[in-house]
Design a protein around this ligand. Structure first.
Ligand code: ADP
Length: 248
């Protein structure tokens, strides 16, 4: 355990009926970094994410967040600790406005705060905070638009805003640029870089131009195990990694 790493897994393992999908993975995510999890299809990336947010239970191994063993905790507990997976809680509601979508996320976060709801200024405060978050993801001018009207890239930006509303300390992003055109990829790439200034990001990402340009650390998985870990310049020259990608 160390303050340097916000998240550590120790020999994290998941078997499905004898098939080892994640095999003794020791992931170390440095606080403040953008950390990318990459690897060919079937490498175990999604399973890792599902283990981290406790959608599924590990066969063995431990997950330590901020020095606390969170292995047995419920998804809600893990979220309350500040590990938020984008698109986990907050699907975008297409027929609400962009502002309303963020407000719903904020209301979720504040849902249990009785005192907050007694305050007369609550709605005003919520709207202010929602607008602030929208400005942070460059959607300020879209506040009154219906979510359904947004481009794909802007929808993803909205999803990131709703995730930020949950105040993540560690934000997990599932293939944030998947299926996007160049312009949207660039928008989301910049956005991730921007929001990473105040939090740690762990993302599964296939787009190597995104990974190479913004990830501080990369973990390459292959058949459930860690093949390499380090900065892009190092990992991309690793013969085992080159082989894994050529062969996939
Ligand atoms: P990736 O996200 O890197 O493509 P996954 O984590 O989705 O990889 O899958 C890793 C391996 O685990 C794959 O071979 C997949 O078929 C297998 N797997 C994932 N989930 C299950 C499950 N619920 N039952 C059985 N096998 C699974």
């Amino acid at each position: 355990m160390s303050a340097e790493y916000i998240l550590e897994t120790h020999e994290l393992t998941k078997e499905f009926k004898g098939f080892v999908a994640v095999n003794k993975v020791n992931l170390r995510v440095r606080r403040g970094h953008i950390h990318a999890l990459i690897g060919p299809n079937g490498a175990g990336k999604t399973t890792c994410f599902n283990l981290l947010t406790k959608f599924i239970r590990p066969t063995s191994g431990r997950i330590v967040f901020n020095g606390h063993d969170i292995t047995g905790e419920s998804p809600a507990h893990i979220a309350r600790r500040g590990v938020i997976r984008s698109f986990q809680i907050s699907a975008v509601f297409p027929h609400l406005t962009v502002l309303e979508n963020v407000r719903v996320a904020l209301q979720r976060k504040l849902g249990n705060s009785f005192h907050f709801w007694r305050a007369e200024s609550s709605l005003h405060t919520l709207n202010e905070r929602a607008r602030e978050l929208l400005r942070a993801v460059d959607l300020g001018e879209y506040a009154g638009h219906l979510a359904v009207e947004l481009s794909y890239g802007r929808k993803r930006a909205l999803e990131i805003a709703t995730t930020l509303a949950m105040e993540p300390e560690l934000m997990l992003l599932d293939e944030p640029t998947q299926g996007m055109g160049l312009e949207d990829v660039d928008r989301v790439r910049q956005l991730i870089k921007q929001v990473s200034a105040e939090r740690t990001i762990l993302m599964v990402e296939h787009n190597m131009s995104v990974v190479s340009s913004i990830a501080d650390t990369i973990t390459v998985l292959q058949r459930g195990a860690t093949l390499a870990e380090g900065p892009y310049a190092e990992v991309s020259r690793n013969p085992a990694v080159v082989e894994a990608y050529m062969g996939s």
